[in-house]
Design a protein around this ligand. Sequence first.
Ligand SMILES: NC(=O)c1ccc[n+]([C@@H]2O[C@H](COP(=O)([O-])OP(=O)(O)OC[C@H]3O[C@@H](n4cnc5c(N)ncnc54)[C@H](O)[C@@H]3O)[C@@H](O)[C@H]2O)c1
Ligand SMILES: [Zn+2]
Ligand SMILES: [Zn+2]
Length: 337
Amino acid sequence: MKALVIKQPGKAEITSVAEPVADENMVLLKVRMVGFCGSDLNTFCGKNPMVSYPRILGHEVSATIVESSRLDPNLVAGVDVTLSPYTSCGTCAACLRGRPNACKFNETLGVQRDGALAEYIRVPPEKLYRAKLSLTELCLVEPLTVGFHAVARGRVSASDTVAIFGCGGVGLGAIAASSFRGAKTIALDVATEKLATARAAGAAQTINTTREPLHTRLAELTDGRGPDVVIEAIGLPETFRAAVEEVSFTGRVVYIGYAKEPVAYETKLFVQKELDILGSRNALPEGFRAVIQMFEEGRFPAKDAISSIIPLEDAPEALRAWSDDPSRVKKIMVRLD
Ligand SMILES: NC(=O)c1ccc[n+]([C@@H]2O[C@H](COP(=O)([O-])OP(=O)(O)OC[C@H]3O[C@@H](n4cnc5c(N)ncnc54)[C@H](O)[C@@H]3O)[C@@H](O)[C@H]2O)c1
Ligand SMILES: [Zn+2]
Ligand SMILES: [Zn+2]
């Protein structure tokens, strides 16, 4: 079968690989569509420290069940599903605390192990989510769950004003979840069209930081207090710092972005503001169910979040073009049938 393999940084190829064989503990899936996110681009560019090469990409997946599962009567042949691409060991500190999303030994599809950009994959039944959604919506579930989880970590409620830094696939999930909880949600980005999508996803206010002064605008929107919660979904040192600078006294900062370099802080602010500073990683099953419900209720503008749908053959060239101009692309979806 065909698969998209990153042979080494900068070198993506469609290659023939062995088909997975059915196994009674696993479900065989025909992959229909796969979304790319920032971490796939990092893998392509050689900037993802968790990846070794060669690696098949793909962790934002819609697929159709090929053979019914004997373990779960809901998982019958012909049904469309999305999946959780994570694993958990069950014995590390995170797993023992009931937080398997942050398992020390997690292996995400397409990152620490080969992913879903192949014609067929085999997945354990407990990782599958059946939903009557379009293929593009099914692919958007996983990236949006990451933002949903961050909003849960930030204990966002209707009385909060929440600023979300970055309106990529991950930031949009946080925007949708925050506005769904009734919080006043402010989105910021450097790209005007991403801010338009952010509004469609539920942001009440947007700030284009290339044109507007961040501190002044946030102060105007929060009666000078700063947002109660800041969620960072970019991963740059300056936005990591801005999060603690802009958040209100006794506020909460949630980091989703992975900074590629060390970040220097004025640590006095942690203490003086008595901040809750939280990391947020991957997502839990309830996040998957919440995002699926959001799509079923038609509350997320899936079409606005996608920049292109391409055939598998065009994926190597699309990765190259994206790496030349990262801010232009919203989300690329790769079709496999
Ligand atoms: N914690 C996790 O579990 C997890 C999971 C997936 C991704 N991530 C990380 O989350 C971050 C976002 O991922 P994504 O897939 O949404 O990426 P993305 O590239 O799609 O989105 C990033 C957004 O930030 C904007 N941006 C870039 N520089 C900016 C600046 N200086 N100021 C304001 N906005 C700026 C871009 O225009 C873009 O809209 C990345 O760091 C990624 O590695 C974390
Ligand atoms: Zn992703
Ligand atoms: Zn574990």
